[in-house]
Design a protein around this ligand. Structure first.
Ligand code: B12
Ligand code: SF4
Length: 496
């Protein structure tokens, strides 16, 4: 069978700072290849819709598999699915990924028959069966995690071991386009899956049913050794939660003499508790760290159920500075903020040396706030659920809110982008250009074109063809149950 895996286009955020390989789609593609199918990947973060159409007409796949990790990509994927269905009537269309897992019924209904099934949860364990069922007599909705217009299969099962989930990196073309900041080019790797915390605004923990699994240190180092790029983004939700795991991978990396530069994301309390692990990884090449600080006051941290206090956040920033890491932090802006609140955050963020990034509080499917948020959405347009648009009522008039949001990002980015930045990192830019890598240099000048108030406000005025369905309301004071939130359950593991 000819199988085409497709990752949709980049969202706003990626248009500036980074573009990374579609790791989930690559692991699913590896399972498709192992099942003996002729497999291709098309990443629309790099390739165009024209390239997609050419794949359909010239290569004529028997199945197209879309990866939908981001809610904002749902409309694009439904339209691409319709196109495959129209041009190639016999072609099966399968959709999977993080966000698709939380709104499977919606996608199927809105695609009006153009999507054969949505696979909820991890894809690598079931994709071969799904493809067989699409073109054979077996029932699709008898497969764990599979949802069709006519039925829902058993609950999805976790893969028994991460060792089986090696991504098919060789299928991703034009890999030199993947980068994050000056880590250009950059590959991605996964050392662990899941997160044991339960922040109310996040769906990483609900997807994996609050489970946490680790790749063996030997397998992690072996995979790392096989990566051609000099830079690596560690995609774990919270890196190095377990001291001994981080140290054991470091042992293997040292033993094999692997030399790379790394980017990772972690929590303040984990950094404080496992300082030696991060210190050791700094010696091994760790350069960038992303800390999800989220709020600069206790009330905000509590509301997000971050389970970290201001003091820990502050101490973690100091540790990262002592380690000499380039730090990026995230702050969640609330639609309820007024000018004064933005001003306080702006003043704080200008003082700290870190790269400060802002997102907008967005209850999306899979998060607890999606079920509990009592405020009414002002839009149900999927494309605006990208944590860069306000989907809840703003205290300021919308254009004024965006003015403040963009002004804050602008002030913060002036510290790190534009000519000043070129000057600060001239040596790096020259070296990258000498190797033909231009992603980083381009990044330094994209901000103004992307972050502008008119574009933000206009996004709210676009014609809406696909809307998110709202969940059934909870009774007042009720909390959503785990069954209500989880895709996977820890106890439900596929047999070895
Ligand atoms: C790495 C990562 C990124 C990378 C992107 C990498 C990439 N090219 O996809 C970067 C840093 C760029 C990023 C950015 C953003 N991210 Co992000 N990201 C993640 C993270 C931490 C891990 C994803 C990952 O690689 N996992 C490892 C792989 C192996 O797993 P996977 O991709 O989920 O794939 C598995 C399944 O989903 C499934 N599957 C996937 N595809 C397919 C396809 C088929 C056919 C099938 C059957 C199955 C299947 O099988 C795979 C194997 O088991 C997740 C959190 C999480 N734990 O999922 C957040 C997450 C996906 N990101 C999120 C967000 C909000 C964003 C941003 C919007 C944030 C921002 N500040 O703007 C941006 C938008 C990026 C964009 N598209 O342009 C949210 C998603 C929200 C939503 N519902 O839309 C998540 C869930 C984090 C969270 N805290 O809630 N992100
Ligand atoms: S925000 Fe981070 S720590 Fe909190 S649940 Fe999500 S991944 Fe875990």
């Amino acid at each position: 069978m000819r199988v085409l895996g497709v990752h949709p286009s980049a969202l706003l955020f990626s248009e500036i700072y980074l573009r990374l390989e579609p790791l989930g789609l690559e692991t699913v593609a590896a399972a498709v290849e192992q099942a003996g199918h002729d497999t291709r990947l098309l990443d629309l973060q790099i390739f165009s819709h024209g390239d997609y159409q050419r794949q359909l007409t010239d290569w004529k796949p028997d199945a197209v598999c879309f990866s939908v990790n981001y809610l904002a990509n749902v409309p694009e994927v439904i339209d691409l699915a319709r196109e495959a269905h129209r041009r190639l009537p016999g072609c099966a269309v399968v959709v999977g990924g993080h966000s698709a897992s939380f709104c499977a019924d919606d996608i199927l209904a809105q695609a009006e028959g153009a999507v054969d099934c949505v696979v909820r949860g991890e894809g690598e364990g079931v994709i071969a069966r799904v493809l067989d069922a699409c073109h054979g007599p077996a029932a699709l909705d008898a497969i764990p995690g599979v949802v069709t217009l006519s039925g829902t299969g058993p609950a999805p099962l976790l893969v028994p071991t991460l060792e089986r989930c090696k991504p098919a990196r060789h299928l991703a073309r034009r890999r030199h386009k993947y980068f994050i900041g000056e880590l250009d080019p950059c590959a991605s790797i996964e050392f662990t899956r899941g997160c044991p915390w339960d922040c109310v605004f996040c769906s990483a923990w609900t997807f994996y049913g609050r489970s946490y699994r680790m790749l063996s240190p030997e397998a992690a180092a072996e995979e790392l050794a096989g990566i051609a790029e000099p830079n690596v983004f560690i995609v774990d939700d919270v890196a190095f939660i377990r001291h001994e795991h981080g140290m054991a991978i470091a042992d293997e990396v040292e033993r094999r003499g692997i030399k790379k530069r790394y980017y990772l994301e972690t929590r303040a309390d984990v950094l404080l508790r496992n300082r030696e692990v991060f210190e050791r990884w700094t010696r091994l090449g760790l350069r960038y760290m992303f800390l999800g600080i989220e709020a600069i006051d206790e009330a905000g941290l509590k509301a997000h159920r971050k389970r970290v206090d201001m003091d820990e956040n502050q101490r973690a920033l100091e540790v990262a500075r002592e380690l000499g890491l380039v730090e990026a932090i995230n702050i969640i802006a609330d639609p309820d903020w007024d000018e004064q609140r933005f001003d306080v955050v702006r003043r704080w963020a200008i003082e700290v040396p870190e790269i400060v990034h802002m997102t907008i509080n967005t209850p999306y499917p899979g998060t607890e706030t999606w079920r509990t948020e009592s405020r009414r959405f002002t839009t149900r347009d999927y494309r605006l659920f990208d944590v860069q648009h306000a989907v809840l009522p703003t205290r300021l008039p919308l254009p004024k809110f965006y003015e403040q949001f963009v002004k804050t990002q602008d002030v913060l980015n002036r510290k790190h982008l534009g000519w000043q930045a070129v000057w600060d990192v001239l040596g790096i830019v020259v070296k990258l250009l000498a190797r033909g890598q231009t992603n980083f240099l381009r990044m330094l000048f994209k901000f103004g074109g992307i972050y502008n108030v008119e574009r933000w406000v206009a996004d709210h005025g676009r014609e809406v063809r696909y809307q998110i369905s709202l969940p059934a309301p909870l009774s007042p004071g009720a909390k959503p149950s785990r069954d209500d939130l989880y895709v996977h359950h820890q106890a439900l593991v596929a047999p070895e």
